[in-house]
Design a protein around this ligand. Sequence first.
Ligand SMILES: Nc1nc2c(c(=O)[nH]1)N[C@H]1C(S)=C(S)[C@@H](COP(=O)(O)O)O[C@H]1N2
Ligand SMILES: [Mo]
Length: 540
Amino acid sequence: MTGRRDALRASWAGVAAATLGVGAGELLAALLSPTSSPVASVGSAVIDRVPGWLKDWAISVFGTADKLALVVLIGLVLAALAAVAGLTESRRPPLGSVVLGLLGALGALAALTRADAGSLSVLPAAVAGLVAVVALRYLARLLAPSPVAVLTARREAGSAVGPREASSDVGPNETESDVGPTVAVTEYSRRRFLLASLSMAAVGAVAATVATLSSAATRSVEAIRAALRLPRAATPATVPAQAELGIDGLAPVLTPNEDFYRIDTAIVVPHIDPADWSLRIHGLVEREVTLTWDELLALELEESVTTLSCVSNQVGGDLVSTATWLGYPIRELLARAGPLEGADMVLSTSQDGFTAGTPLEALTDEREAILAVGMNGEPLPFEHGFPVRMVVPGLYGYVSATKWVVDLEVTRFEQARAYWTDRGWDELGPIKLQSRIDVPRSGDVAAGRSVVAGVAWQPHTGIDGVEVRVDTGEWLAADLARAINADTWVQWSLPVDLPAGEHTIQCRATSAGGEVQTAELAPPAPNGASGWHVVRVRAG
Ligand SMILES: Nc1nc2c(c(=O)[nH]1)N[C@H]1C(S)=C(S)[C@@H](COP(=O)(O)O)O[C@H]1N2
Ligand SMILES: [Mo]
């Protein structure tokens, strides 16, 4: 009974000490640089090492909360290890402290391997480990059986050997009052343990929360973005009114920034001061080119409307969105550098070390492949690449849409591999022809005349038609909204009759190139999902 309680206290000591350590480390990271956060760097290291199927699974289960899920998981694993360390410390000191120290070292190592690691990046994790070790040693001392406690235990067990008993002038009646103070000492130390460990855990948790919410560097760049006014587009985009059908439940043709899907490997979203940003174009080029933020903004910026899609998007999924982008053609910048004969790929790198390999041709042909600075009339949101990202019509994001981009290396597919191609995904990632039913959703609908509506897309090619089929009926041509351009998705709708009962509704698109969307089911890996979207409804 007491054994189990002791074990529980010892484990809790480990957890409390580790919490204080993490709090200290996160607070220091918030002051130094957000990416040196011990928890975030361990998370990023994990993300870079998980197999593709696991990433797919995480996205399908947790969606955009996948990173939150990972942080929670790291917290649980850390708590379990810390509990073991606490227990070990109570049984074989100082082995438990060594375990906590090693965990700190592991965090420091993870921070060092980050692409944007500065020389101070090991500090937060190192401090976290150190604080945890000192805290655990202190707590363990409060829990350790002191000579007085040993004496008390022996006395309670009736084996009276000890300095007091040895002095022998203690009569039977005085024993109780004499034992009193010694028992009180252990009680006192237990109470002190409880107070100390609870305070450590609370201070650690508060520090970690404050750190997460208020990284100093993050705050100042947020203020810079808020004050930023982007120049007007030399060529503004036009969005015809007929592009929006305005049907309830149908995805709007322009996705508001806060609803735009987000996929990336970043646990801590980079916060780059535009004044510190520059882009280097190098590799197989005649001359290296460097572009600063001011130089980029001084160029004639163009506005374009483009639909982005993630290769992980399932049939019927929502990892696809459309925005008006403001930016400068990458084609023009590459022309300045002068790609050499034989080059066929541009490896783009983000500030946090993500890479994408884009066919050189997709960046030099007539399409609106841009270095984007604006999204739907404002500077890029941090989650979407502030201050500068790539947008390339027609290609999945993993091969083209590098956010927080800082480097373009002109190279050859033979010579370079990128983040996801290194993990088994196809080198080329053209977006597959797809269509989705937004209205009605699966479930109950009213019987009778009902509007079916959705979106269809194949950026850079365009959509010619969408057909809808109820159950095993005929394919019926849907009404297409006006396309904004060939790079955007197109809304469509069709009134259908749904008699009472269960029905399946399907859709398929035809591209402007004459291709009919395939019924063949393919999973996202290795080059994008295919198949027809099916919605099952019960009309009544
Ligand atoms: N720096 C960086 N850029 C990135 C990624 C990333 O992980 N890191 N993910 C890519 C992928 S897989 C996609 S689908 C798009 C998503 O862009 P969005 O989050 O703005 O929708 O960003 C691309 N650019
Ligand atoms: Mo993606």
